[in-house]
Design a protein around this ligand. Sequence first.
Ligand code: IPM
Ligand code: MG
Length: 368
Amino acid sequence: MSTPSILILPGDGIGPEVMAEVRKVIAWFGAKRALHFEVTEDLVGGAAYDAHGTPLTDATMARAQEADAVLLGAVGGPKYDDLDFSVKPERGLLRLRKEMDLFANLRPAQCFDALADFSSLKREVVAGLDIMIVRELTSGIYFGEPRGIVTEGNERVGINTQRYTESEIARVARAAFDLARRRSNKVCSMEKANVMESGILWREVVQKVRDTDYPDIALSHMYADAGAMQLCRWPKQFDVIVTDNLFGDLLSDAAAMLTGSLGMLPSASLGAPMANGRPKALYEPVHGSAPDIAGQGKANPIACILSFAMALRYSFDQGAEATRLEAAIDAVLAKGLRTADLLGPEGGSPVGTAAMGDAILVALDESL
Ligand code: IPM
Ligand code: MG
């Protein structure tokens, strides 16, 4: 079999810094575990705009389609705030998601034991938390037509459309049920069926897919607002949550914060299987480009490294090596190593981005 390929798109802000640490980890797996990847790099977001006047060139889009997995850092920054909407950095990311048809976005919210006191919630509410939000990523109000800002009479109107077809709902439901079978066979679906027709259809289709093909899954339904409340009240009642694009955007940020640090959370965006059996896939940390600390060597590389762990698991069928990497990160945290975002109110002295990456390599060596 040919060497699997990874396209790295570091993007903006802290993206390049954290991605440099991922590269070290990828090199470690080549040197110590004989897991080799053909790694190439390209531009996305503001970095691509600066070089080419567009947040994603057609050439980069084509390379992403060809790659076995894409790893993305972050896009955006205040420098680009005044750009026309059509060339904003975020449009590059949305184009990747849409054209690769990455309909299932997996966002784990896992509370690392060493960080349980970091949450704004009480330790007992979050300790041991391990939930997975499956967010629909290529449809709904993010992409629905009609959209735009139009003039009606003497004022302007902003329009976006929430739109879901049955097949779009069914395929993301299947992704959630398949995942639940690898966890604890429990899924909660969230929508607003009390006020939105798209929510009524969502609930109906998710239930039907479950009844037809996944009778072993315990499925419950919740209105998304109540779901947000329950996530803050007692998050451990959930295991897999499946929801639409916009609710998933909001709920996954809330779930991320439960765990104490956005700097810790990875994500995987998966599409249909390619000819070689691997799913189309893009992996990215949930945190953004953090322009306030960009270029200072302070950023936490863990979310981005954990995104590579997800790539090992979901694209390259290397679950045991993914677990090795996750355990190495656990070990480093247990030793008390902290980047600045992981220091509590009592303070302490933080390590920088590169030192955190190096410590993870040491822990990987110790795992052998
Ligand atoms: C996310 C982000 C993106 C989104 C932005 C950057 C377009 O918030 O991945 O959650 O809204 O989907
Ligand atoms: Mg978001």
